[in-house]
Write a protein that binds this ligand. Structure first.
Ligand code: ZN
Ligand code: ZN
Length: 127
């Protein structure tokens, strides 16, 4: 089967619709796809402190979101992708949703996970 799958997505930066298609090898004809990340749905819960990092380390509250989450595919349209400042948007968004990056990475911590996603997007951009 060589059929292309058509997809409609929105640019996460400017909100413009991205009409793209995916071939069987997973290549996109339009737009730039960075991956999925989960964001908490406001009003459905709160951050629970589930612990702190071990003694001797810089203090970091380990938190977990106890409400609902939605999975977001992070897409950018071609024109936003070409604008140099586009990553600042994501940084600002994650900062607003999750707060400042923790000094230490804890795999349990939703804040750390969000920032890790951001760093992966950043890495992909440098290739
Ligand atoms: Zn855009
Ligand atoms: Zn953390």
């Amino acid at each position: 089967m060589n059929a292309k799958r058509k997809i409609n997505r929105k640019c996460c930066v400017c909100g413009k619709a991205i009409y793209s298609s995916v071939n069987p090898k997973g290549r996109y004809s339009n737009g730039h796809y960075f991956g999925k990340f989960k964001i908490p749905i406001e009003g459905t819960g709160k951050y629970e402190k589930i612990g702190k990092t071990r003694p001797g380390k810089i203090k970091c509250n380990v938190v977990r979101w106890n409400g609902k989450e939605r999975s977001v595919e992070y897409w950018e349209c071609n024109s936003c992708f070409e604008e140099a400042g586009h990553l600042n948007w994501l940084e600002a968004k994650i900062g607003k949703l999750y707060g400042k990056k923790c000094p230490d990475f804890e795999p349990e911590c939703i804040v750390c996970q969000a920032w890790k996603f951001y760093e992966e997007v950043l890495k992909g951009d440098e290739e």
